[in-house]
Design a binder for this molecule. Structure first.
Ligand code: CAA
Length: 261
């Protein structure tokens, strides 16, 4: 692949968008490779995915403005669908995805981060949806996910004004969970990924399904979804082992890694 670097490190993996000369901007080829990279994730081994950008300056500086500049209406819509399809795939990917936002996360970059389950960033990160300044709307899910994450009032302010925000403000409004010095960002993401990977994989996947699925339902329907996923954990080896380990007073407390998925 030309624009995606994928590295598996035991039970988690790091996917790096790597088009540094354009600040990792997303052209069609990058989106296609991102999709292909997801095809290549070994879900029998990998339990958490980290998404980051190459270099010290940018996570992803948006969709490629050069490529978009000549699109027709139909092509623009198709380009939006291409981005939406791959970001939705990431959002519904069976395992948790952590965005380690290492710099500019503008337009499609902010949208990529918002498609991940968890966002953490470096102190130099900058978030924003600058599209109205370019004569377009956010097109890879920004109008939908930003409002869901930070509330409609804040999302509308950011989108209508096209004003970028720095890491600390992104933290204040709940767009990211934590801010780290640049050199500590990836280690922090890896530590979190390893922490997720050591928990029971069926349970972790089911939690993702319950939270994501439940947000699209009424509370009554969402609780039924939770009951089904909760029930689905029982009789798995992980549930039997996890609970037996807790209840067994005699055996030495050395927990083995959960095996099932
Ligand atoms: N598309 C294409 N190329 C881009 C790009 C983008 N989104 N962002 C940066 N680049 C390119 C620049 O053109 C430049 O290329 P050259 O060296 O060939 O001139 C290179 O990356 C470095 O960028 P700058 O020289 O501009 O770097 P800077 O440090 O001065 O500024 C920046 C950094 C503030 C991020 C600035 O590059 C910028 O504003 N980029 C555009 C950000 C943006 O508007 N993103 C939203 C795109 S629209 C979108 O994403 C729609 C959607 O929802 C799907």
């Amino acid at each position: 692949m030309e624009y995606i670097v994928y590295e598996q490190k035991g039970q988690y993996a790091i996917l790096t968008v790597s088009r540094e000369k354009a600040l990792n901007a997303l052209n069609s080829a990058v989106l296609e490779e991102l999709n292909a990279a997801l095809d290549g994730v070994d879900l029998d081994e990998v339990r958490c995915l980290i998404v980051t950008g190459a270099g010290p300056k940018s996570f992803v500086a948006g969709a490629d403005i050069g490529e978009m500049s000549t699109l027709t209406k139909a092509e623009g819509e198709a380009f939006g669908k291409k981005g939406n399809d791959v970001f939705r795939r990431l959002e519904t990917f069976p395992i948790p995805v952590i965005a380690a936002v290492n710099g500019f996360a503008l337009g499609g970059g902010c949208e990529l981060a918002m498609s991940c389950d968890i966002r953490i960033c470096s102190e130099n990160a900058v978030f924003g949806q600058p599209e109205t300044g370019l004569g377009i709307t956010p097109g890879f899910g920004g109008t939908q996910r930003l409002a869901r994450l930070v509330g409609p009032g804040m999302a509308k302010q950011m989108i209508y004004t096209a004003r970028n925000i720095k890491a600390q403000e992104a933290y204040r409004i709940g767009l990211v969970n934590a801010v780290y010095p640049q050199e500590e960002l990836l280690p922090a993401a890896e530590k979190m990924a390893a922490g997720i990977a050591k928990n029971a994989p069926i349970a972790v996947r089911s939690c993702k399904k319950a939270i994501n699925g439940g947000l699209d339902l009424s509370m009554d329907e969402a609780l039924v979804l939770e009951e089904k996923l909760f029930g689905g954990c029982f009789e798995t080896e992980d549930q039997k082992y996890g609970m037996a380990f807790f209840l067994d007073k005699n055996k030495e407390k050395v927990k083995e890694p959960f095996q099932n998925r």
